[in-house]
Design a protein around this ligand. Sequence first.
Ligand code: ATP
Ligand code: MG
Length: 190
Amino acid sequence: MAEAPQDKGKPDRPVRKKKGLIMVNTGDGKGKTTAALGVCFRAAGNKMKTLMVQFIKGNWKYGELEAAKKMDGFFEIHQMGEGFTWDTKNPERDKELCEKAWKFGYDAMVSGDYDLVVFDEINYVIDYNYLDVDKVVKGLKQKPEMVHVIFTGRNAHPKVVEAADLVSEIKEIKHPYKDQGIIAQRGIEF
Ligand code: ATP
Ligand code: MG
């Protein structure tokens, strides 16, 4: 991940403007997707149209899918992936899925139909060269002014960090699986 810029260009006085933010949740600790879901929950509660596009997950029974349905149409989740382990013997197919997920999210982002669009695990996908970072950053520049965007996933690309307004890194200190072999718990992981 890129180092935070030394000179953040902070103005002398706060700039009181409303603006759609580009946000990134990265780092090796658990909580990147969860934090994005928290923002979706908050936005949907404000009657903002919210979309999460999941690049890796597909056909998984997650609590958040059921919870999103209870948000009066303000929160949609689309699973565009085909599982956790892609068929690495077929990288072309994996790339195709990622391109499809990107196009889906991009179209939603520029459509003006959504106030917040989350690209879940896109950092990981870029890191694996399944999506071209320059294309993604160029796409972000097409974002309507007021639309908020969140990218999640480890190893955020420096060009994504540069394009973002807000970048948070979640650092692992302990994880129950790593430290104690404890498996995923309902309501916490899924
Ligand atoms: P979550 O979806 O729970 O917020 P995340 O988005 O931060 O997690 P991912 O990189 O998407 O993390 O990984 C998803 C899965 O991997 C989750 O089940 C999570 O518990 C697990 N995981 C995340 N970080 C770690 C870690 N440091 N060690 C072991 N497992 C991890
Ligand atoms: Mg995640």
